[in-house]
Design a protein around this ligand. Structure first.
Ligand SMILES: [Fe+2]
Ligand SMILES: [Fe+2]
Length: 374
């Protein structure tokens, strides 16, 4: 058994590859390195033995797996009650109807045909991992379940809308965020934060966290529910421009180069451009998207706006976004405990963040006993 992946990568979903060819396994591991932890097995015997002690989030099993073949291995896994629901992608060496039928009959959730594109592999894995997480939401109370299901649905549909060059429907966004605001107002929002923690779409998970905490922030400073809804909607939409950033930059495990930083920073202008396609989107939502990376001392981006140009909305968005980024778990870092993140924000970012609002935010999180990983 060989473990691939960067040190300190705990928290990434574990994907098991079963294939007799070490070169192929290495290529797949390399392709997925930015997204998942990997474990490799050269044959079905070693895979079955290891599954008893280490359950991955997903298995990628090749049809020509040594000792019995991939179809038989999938059947064996499907007979094990302790491995119930384990998502499996069967990798076929040929594309014919009989092989696809057999894959489905033996219990595979999806198939890939060699040779496949890296993007197709990542898309398949991500969809299966997310469907497991989204199924677990069914056990939540109705309001939290609706908040998660509604927002993920709208978030997924936004990428299609953007691709077609159509405006984002704001009424759909506020409708999806309404249960979130309701949960915040009854102080029942933690299952939402916990429910999205392991979601495989980082931008969605981050945006939902920002939406929840911005709404809570609005509630804390006494804003009416209509304003909290604007904050939640702005939070959900604040990074939509990241949908145009290539995966290689967005999920790069190492440090970004100067050129890559330029690409990454372009997400702010892209967000504003997408949101501006719909004249019904409130100015406040656009301010959250446009100014969440600006800093009080004028060193932020994209416009290096001085504090005098940043209203409370921009200041609140910057605080919540920084807190979200610090406590998020990323491919290149584990999540940071809430207290540590707040310590860094209060001690090292005095020139960037509004001190008065930050003190309120800190008190709010301590009161709500919100702790990472959320
Ligand atoms: Fe951003
Ligand atoms: Fe963000």
């Amino acid at each position: 058994m060989a473990l691939a992946g960067a040190a300190g990568a705990e928290g990434r979903n574990l994907v098991a590859i079963v294939d007799g060819n070490a070169t192929y396994r290495g290529q797949v591991a390399q392709a997925l390195l930015s997204f998942y932890r990997m474990v490799e097995y050269p044959d079905s015997i070693r895979a079955m033995a290891a599954l008893g002690v280490c359950r991955p989030e997903l298995m990628l099993i090749s049809e020509e797996t040594p000792v019995g073949g991939g179809f038989a291995l999938v059947r064996k896994i499907r007979m094990r009650p302790d491995l119930e629901g384990l998502p499996i992608i069967l990798v076929l060496s040929r594309d014919d109807a009989a092989a696809r039928r057999e894959a489905r009959d033996c219990g595979a959730d999806a198939v890939l045909i060699k040779p496949y594109r890296r993007s197709a592999l990542i898309q398949q894995i991500s969809a299966l991992v997310n469907s497991q997480i989204e199924q677990s939401w069914e056990h939540l109370p109705p309001v939290q379940r609706q908040a998660l299901k509604g927002t993920v649905e709208i978030y997924n549909s936004i990428s299609d809308v953007i691709e077609r060059g159509e405006p984002i429907g704001y009424a759909n966004v506020t409708e999806a965020c309404a249960p979130l605001v309701q949960a915040v107002n009854t102080n029942d929002f933690k299952p939402i934060l916990n429910g999205v923690r392991d979601h495989d779409n980082y931008s969605y998970a981050h945006s939902l966290k920002v939406a929840t905490l911005l709404s809570l922030f609005g509630n804390t400073i006494g804003l009416p529910q209509s304003e909290q809804l604007l904050l939640a909607s702005g939070g959900l939409l604040h990074d939509v421009g990241k949908m145009s950033i290539p995966h290689e930059v967005l999920n790069k495990p190492g440090r970004l180069t100067d050129d890559e930083f330029v690409v990454m920073r372009s997400h702010v202008d892209a967000s504003v451009a997408y949101l501006s396609l719909n004249p019904d989107i409130p100015k406040g939502v656009i301010t959250i998207a446009a100014q969440h990376h600006e800093k009080l001392d004028g060193t932020g981006y994209p416009h290096r706006l001085p504090g005098s140009k940043l209203n409370d909305l921009a200041r609140m968005a910057a605080i919540v976004d920084v807190y979200g980024a610090l406590t998020d778990r990323r491919v290149y870092k584990p999540s940071m405990p809430a207290e540590k993140a707040l310590g860094i924000m209060c001690n090292d970012m005095q020139n960037h963040l509004d001190g008065k609002l930050l003190a309120l935010f800190r008190e709010m999180l301590l009161d709500a006993a919100v702790d990472a990983p959320v």
